[in-house]
Design a protein around this ligand. Sequence first.
Ligand code: FAD
Length: 545
Amino acid sequence: KEQSERKRGPAIPAGVEKTTFLKALDELSGQLGKENVEINDQPLKDGWYMEHPNTHDAMHVLDEEELVASAVVYPGSTEEVQKIVLWANKYKIPIFPISIGRNLGYGGAAPRVRGSVVIDLGRRMNKILDINPVDHTCLVEPGVTFYALYEEIQRRGYKHLWIDCPDLGGGSVLGNTLDRGIGYTVYGDHWACHSGLEVVLPTGELIRTGMGAMANSSSWQIFPYGYGPMADGLFSQSNYGIVTKLGMTLMRNPGGHESYLYTFPNEEDLAPLVDIIRPLRIGNILENVAQLRHVVQAIAYSGKPRSSYFQGEGQMTDEQVREIARKELKYGDFTWLYYGMSYGPKEIRQYKLDIIHKEFLKIPGARRIDPATLPKTDYFWSRDRIATGIPDLEELQWVNWYPNGGHIAFSPVSPVRGPDATELWRMARSRAAEFGHDIFPAFCVGLREMHLIVECVFNRDDPDSRKMALACMRAMIDEAASKGYGEYRTHLVLMDQIAKTYNFNDHALMKFNERIKDTLDPNGILAPGKSGVWPARYRGRGWEM
Ligand code: FAD
């Protein structure tokens, strides 16, 4: 949709007089330049992936005016980030950092507290500070996207360096890594692959983690631990600091690669297949973050809406979905798809591929799809690019399944075991069926654990559809938690609920997090409520959702 008129008027931070707020913004303009401070008083535009807003969530699951910025500011340097932080403390104005703000499915660019000032770091702080072709590392500012890093490596002719990217390449390397996002080469666990942060603390001090704490270290990007307590974890999925630089390790071009796709016919194949995957993945025969997807998502990749296949109400049955897949796709009859990639020279790949083939074919009816039979437009080739670190955008297609598609995800972590996979999949599907909704489940196998990413697409312009999606997610989270499964990452709106499920010893971890928050951020200005961590000034005052 084009844009929405503002029903509620501009959002002003709670507890701050409008005149004081406007005066404070003037003061900040004096420090950053008028052009780098924008009040958010215009109609809200959701835009699209490449022209996403930085004022709210482009895929809002609440009314779009609910989690909305009062203003957006654009620092051009670490020093300017420090100035913004000091300014926020002076006026007790909540601030919320984004790098690019394409955290779609998890809140986009929206702040957790309505009326926060969004710090859009990506617009001006977007330099690739270093690409080290010897150590295979890089150092980036917040605004460096996966596309930008990939293109710069190509421009410099470093054929031996690969990056790792998530399904969509337009996000920032830094923001995705802080949110513990995943990609699909051997370096898919982005947080595990980072090395070194530069951070502005909520009171304005500047620190560097790892070897970077030594003023003259030459090892910042190659040894993440440094010396003493390792602080990095405090700045991931947190509200303890604003990260202004991130070190990242880069993969070496493995000297060859080969994508493969297997299909499995029946829903019940899931459990034995997951038990086959586990030792292969831990043994590194399956080398990349493995993707096991359901047939319904394969249909949705076409980008056509559900209504072009099915006009009925309620969740489509497996049989209906398989029937469509038989007609529309070139993969025959199937329920599950496994996308993988083998790396290295031909003889090394062949050794691994033979084992995988033998193991996967233990499932009756399993088939390897010959890539030569697939047109270049087939989704298989998108997975092929992503698993070689080439950024892509094809994954956006399934967001068209329902009109005005937004999406939100339920992402529990579990052991890589058949019974767990079946339990989670059946639970997610039956919960979604109660709400009459299709869901897109994909198992991403890290190494010893897997995330089941259940994508739920909804109509952003239909309050009932949004309400349904949220209620469905909440029901899944509670049921999963009652069975011992917790989420790895979540949308802003679900953060409180999920934080509560991490409840060992009377929520001892949250009490610890709150103590750190109150120590580092005594005025509670930085991203209050992020990951369910509320500062003292907000705690227990009705902000939780
Ligand atoms: P931002 O929105 O800039 O930031 C992400 C988070 O980090 C936010 O919570 C933000 O507050 C915080 N943050 C950002 N910068 C800072 C900073 N400097 N200091 C402190 N905190 C900061 N994600 C995956 O990981 N893997 C996938 O495969 C994947 N597939 C997707 C597929 C689809 C169709 C869609 C719609 C989304 C997908 N996503 C996936 C989610 C999302 O698109 C990516 O994770 C994206 O990289 C995040 O956007 P960003 O980098 O712009 O992050």
